[in-house]
Ligand binder design. Structure first.
Ligand code: 13P
Ligand code: SF4
Length: 322
């Protein structure tokens, strides 16, 4: 008898089916596109036109010709979509869904941090506020961070924020010292090798895969490290049949859909747990998604000057990772 059971796709109920139909109708009436992150609940992913990682969703927001963008994710994601589309209506099912990692970097403290290293190039993870982006030279996501930092001349100091685990991972991969802001994601920082090893002992053939926001002890043991999009692609392409997944378990839905014959085990974060959940991502319910299309709110609004300043490093990222 195993302690850690493989993920199973939850069945669709009648209420959810009716909401999905209503959303489909509203989407057509409003000429809206729904973008959702992999960490949202399965039914919200079902309603979406694009499900992706932060970079794929930013690109989808940049490229869409829909009049209305509905972003099911956390606030910095909806805000980024708005920065890329200042003239469009950008809605979120729940605009109180923040990202504690982004919020762990207050602007005044970050400005003082920058002042200590005036020659540094500032690279900010997309999981940051518009104010922090406006203080940065280049934005990056977990899928292009290594590629972006690689393009900065070796003799140039680099400030990286706000995630210490992603920053440390890039630093080790490139063998290059960076000045790292000490923020972290409570969801990923909760994983420890101690607990994951218990699941690995139950599934000795499984590959352990991890998001770079996890702590070093987890990343050092993992068979593969990557953004949510890269983890998903790995599970599809790998010849392995079992995976222990150290990232938010919302992504197991898409993994299982794409590889129904394979087994996905949410890495335990504590004794007997099944993954480490981002409660902010789960604030995006199917009901709230439907209501936001019906009422055209809550809308994401960003101050014009701030938007211009925050967009510059995002555009730079898109150019550098083209
Ligand atoms: P990805 O860009 O890898 O999807 O990561 C987003 C995120 O919030 C991870 O916690
Ligand atoms: Fe933010 Fe972590 Fe949630 Fe990602 S998983 S949105 S970094 S709190």
């Amino acid at each position: 008898m195993k302690t850690f059971l493989p993920y199973r796709i939850p069945a669709l109920d009648d209420e959810e089916r009716a909401l999905l139909e209503r959303i489909e109708t509203l989407k057509k009436e409003r000429n809206a596109v729904i973008l959702a992150h992999y960490y949202t609940v399965p039914r919200v992913q079902d309603a979406a036109d694009v499900v992706g990682d932060s970079l794929a969703l930013a690109r989808a927001a940049e490229e869409t010709d829909a009049e209305v963008i509905v972003f099911a994710g956390v606030y910095f994601m909806g805000e980024t979509a708005k920065l890329l589309n200042p003239d469009k209506l950008v809605l979120m099912p729940d605009n109180s869904a923040g990202c504690p990692l982004a919020d762990s970097c207050p602007t005044d403290e970050f400005r003082a941090f920058k002042k200590e290293h005036p020659d540094a190039t500032v690279v900010s993870y997309i999981n940051s506020t518009a104010e922090i982006k406006a203080e940065s030279d280049i934005v990056c996501t977990s899928s292009n961070a290594e590629h972006i930092v690689r393009q900065i001349p070796e003799d140039k100091p680099v400030i990286f924020g706000p995630d210490r685990n992603l920053g440390g991972y890039i630093q080790r991969k490139l063998g290059r010292d960076m000045i790292i802001w000490q923020g972290y994601c409570y969801v990923h920082d909760a994983y420890s090798w101690d607990y994951i090893a218990r699941a690995a002992a139950e599934y000795p053939q499984a590959r352990v895969i991890a998001h770079p926001e996890c702590r070093r002890e987890v990343l050092d043991h993992a068979d593969f490290v990557g953004s949510t999009g890269a983890l998903l692609a790995y599970t599809e392409e790998s010849d392995a049949a079992e995976f222990i997944v150290a990232t938010e378990p919302g992504i197991l839905y898409e993994m299982k859909k794409r590889s129904p014959g394979k087994s996905f085990i949410a890495a335990p974060a504590t004794s007997g747990s099944s993954g480490s959940v981002c409660t902010q991502m789960k604030q995006n319910s199917l009901k709230k998604l439907c209501e936001c299309l019906e009422r055209s709110e809550p809308e994401i609004v960003v101050d014009k000057d701030l938007a211009e300043a925050a967009l510059r490093p995002i555009r730079r990222m898109l150019e550098m990772s083209a």
